[in-house]
Design a protein around this ligand. Structure first.
Ligand SMILES: CC(C)(COP(=O)(O)OP(=O)(O)OC[C@H]1O[C@@H](n2cnc3c(N)ncnc32)[C@H](O[C@H]2O[C@H](COP(=O)(O)OP(=O)(O)OP(=O)(O)O)[C@@H](O)[C@H]2O)[C@@H]1O)[C@@H](O)C(=O)NCCC(=O)NCCS
Ligand SMILES: Nc1ncnc2[nH]cnc12
Length: 281
């Protein structure tokens, strides 16, 4: 893939695709207040990490998203993307002292960056429809096989035990929660004129209402997952972040998540992916 964009092309470069991913992960980290998740100023339900841990992780990952976009542009096979993702995971763990900050994002945003790279190599922009189609056509078969392999991760194990859709199953289906819930929710919130913070919060809650978040299942079982989904539905039904009680309701839900030791890490990654797409639009 060329290093610089030709004036005639509107497709982003690998640098731009990767940089948007790093910035989108920062968008998610900086969103506050959030239920159970780490922000720039609080640890949510996490005793072992804070904003510094996330910033170290982001710094270690910034070259990864560019590299995987380049791999996508070069027509790489799934195995090459996977090797790149596993190496990035190792860099993340080295940077954080063994703490899992961004495993889900490495996987999800990595695949999306590879798809955007593949589109850009053909001079095309990463629209939701084009990204989904490219992901399925290039790596769909391998992703389906990947999703059938039993997981050794706590979330993946909980997802299988409880019959939920894990992170790899979401990917094999072409990220339905991202494209059918998160992206339309963010667009609708923007059209309603919400502030950036309120629009992102409503998007996070819209995702939490429907996602089989394996972190919630691992930490709180099916009861924890269902509690989080019901809390998110209730928040949105009461008017969401743009309503008069939006901030107070978010803070009350956040306190309850900490009390129950719940953290919707998969929903956070899905919000970051929607922010990535918005940044590239
Ligand atoms: C191994 C993978 C294929 C993933 O496999 P699997 O399907 O088994 O994955 P899950 O365990 O279900 O999820 C992995 C991470 O993805 C996020 N996530 C969770 N649920 C979903 C979902 N339904 N859809 C999408 N994404 C989801 C989540 O990541 C975020 O949360 C993590 C922080 O959580 P936390 O609770 O603090 O930490 P833990 O360490 O898990 O445990 P405790 O502290 O609670 O005890 C953080 O990582 C967020 O990002 C899930 O954790 C895949 O990972 C893989 O193959 N990786 C290597 C190859 C690769 O990356 N390739 C890229 C291109 S192919
Ligand atoms: N802000 C955050 N806090 C905790 N886990 C996360 N996983 C992804 N983003 C996260």
């Amino acid at each position: 893939m060329r290093a610089h964009r030709s004036p005639a092309s509107l497709a982003p470069t690998a640098q731009e695709i990767g940089r948007a991913a790093t910035l989108a992960l920062h968008d998610e980290l900086a969103l506050s207040p959030k239920p159970g998740l780490v922000t720039l100023t609080d640890r949510g339900s996490h005793a072992d990490m804070d904003a510094h841990t996330f910033m170290r992780s982001l710094f270690a990952l910034r070259g990864y998203f560019v590299r995987i976009a380049e791999l996508g542009a070069a027509g790489a096979a799934f195995e090459a993307l996977e090797r790149c993702g596993i190496a990035a995971e190792a860099r993340m763990l080295a940077a954080t002292g063994g703490i899992n900050t961004h495993r889900g994002a490495i996987f999800m945003l990595g695949l999306l960056c590879a798809s955007a790279g593949a589109l850009a190599a053909d001079g095309l922009r990463p629209t939701p429809v084009a990204l989904r189609e490219t992901l399925a056509r290039r790596w769909g078969e391998a992703l389906t096989a990947r999703a059938l392999r039993p997981s050794a991760l706590p979330g993946g194990v909980a997802a299988r035990r409880l019959g939920l859709r894990s992170a790899s199953a979401e990917a094999a289906l072409g990220f339905p929660t991202l494209f059918e819930t998160a992206v339309p929710a963010l667009q609708a919130a923007r059209l309603r004129g919400l502030s950036t913070t309120a629009a992102r919060l409503d998007t996070l809650f819209a995702v939490m209402a429907v996602l089989d978040d394996s972190n919630l299942a691992h930490r709180g079982g099916l009861a924890g997952l269902h509690f989080a989904q019901a809390a998110a539905r209730g928040f949105l039904a009461a008017g969401g972040a743009g309503g008069p009680e939006g901030l107070a309701a978010t803070e009350a839900i956040a306190a309850e998540f900490v009390r129950r030791n719940l953290s919707p890490g998969g929903a956070a990654d899905t919000l970051a992916a929607a922010c990535w797409l918005e940044r590239l639009s």
